[in-house]
Design a protein around this ligand. Structure first.
Ligand code: PPE
Length: 305
């Protein structure tokens, strides 16, 4: 169950949580034509801070641009509204979900026409994404029977709602088979990403992650790559196969919701030692130090509430 908060920002004003409703003929509800963000705010040593707020707002606008949606606000207005949503609800640590969608404006059919582009921003407390044990001991993943999007079917640089049918199908398949998460391959058979996470492997001291073809350009992915480079750990963006994951020393997933989650098993094969590996431990700690305000080098990644 979601832990509710008091108010949701909708089209420029705050409404009560239970009253943040839309018409059933909302375009986005029918065709998935919406873009969203997932952002975390952490209470740390410097108070509550939103991680990489500007990058998330930029990505929301990029999604809109790819989808040719006009955002009726400036980036600053959206960033301010996000901070205000956390403040109004007096949240300390929370997950923030801006949703930009084509609404109902009297017309139906695929063509968005003059239907309004609407924006809502909700925030609520959301704990560990993949279970209490996940961050410490790792998860069990399964390769999905569903393929991630082809670049010319869906443009995955956009965090578009409609893309997530693919993720939801993969997630349900993996969960129903008793696994924690699914990993999807791209249309050419190389590893793409998790249902809501990017994938990294570690082999003989080198970190690899998938290139930006059929994946979302993760903001956590970018942070982890930078953190590794700062520690002189080699990082390459390169395609790899499912068997490269099976024989990797470590595999981990990154995402705003999933944070930095070790993968201890894939398709019933133990990965490395079957527990959180040393590289994952270093990068996970580095990540949590930043979001908790304990790393003075990356303070520019935090927007204080
Ligand atoms: N790939 C996908 C498909 C994805 O949805 C996410 C975020 C990522 C990679 C990682 O991106 P980033 O958060 O910028 O590091 N998934 C969001 C939605 C999760 C959900 O269940 O909803 C998230 O983590 O907020």
């Amino acid at each position: 169950m979601v832990t509710t908060s008091q108010k949701i920002w909708m089209d420029g004003q705050f409404v009560n949580w239970d009253e943040a409703n839309v018409h059933v003929l909302t375009h986005a509800l029918h065709y998935g034509f919406a873009a969203f963000e997932g952002i975390r705010c952490y209470k740390g040593s410097r108070g509550s801070a939103i991680f990489r707020l500007n990058e998330h707002v930029d990505r929301l606008f990029e999604s809109a641009h790819i989808m040719a949606m006009n955002v009726p606000y400036s980036k600053k207005e959206v960033a301010d509204a996000i901070i205000e949503t956390v403040r109004v609800n007096q949240l300390e640590s929370c997950y923030i979900r801006p949703l930009l969608f084509v609404g109902y404006g009297g017309e139906m059919g695929l063509y968005p026409g003059n239907n309004p582009v609407r924006l809502s921003i909700a925030a609520w407390p959301w704990g560990t994404y993949l279970g209490e044990d996940a961050l410490k001991h790792g998860i069990r993943a399964k390769l999905s029977s569903f393929t991630r999007h082809h670049v010319n079917v869906s443009m995955t640089r956009a965090k578009a709602s409609g893309h997530y049918i693919n993720s939801v199908l993969a997630k349900c398949e993996a969960k129903n088979a008793g696994y924690d998460e699914a990993i999807l391959l791209d249309p050419e058979g190389y590893v793409a990403e998790g249902t809501g996470e990017n994938v990294f492997i570690v082999k003989r001291g080198v970190i690899k992650t998938t290139p930006l073809t059929s994946i979302l350009e993760g903001i956590t992915r970018d942070a982890i790559m930078k953190l590794a480079q700062e520690r002189k750990i080699p990082v390459v963006e390169e395609r790899f196969t499912r068997d490269a994951m099976y024989v990797a020393d470590e595999v981990f997933l990154t995402g705003t919701a999933a944070e930095v989650t070790p993968v201890r098993e894939i398709d019933d094969r133990t990965i490395g030692e079957g527990k959180r590996g040393p590289m994952t431990t270093i990068l996970q700690k580095a990540y949590f130090d930043i979001v908790k305000g304990d790393d003075s080098i990356h303070l520019d990644w935090l927007a204080l509430v």
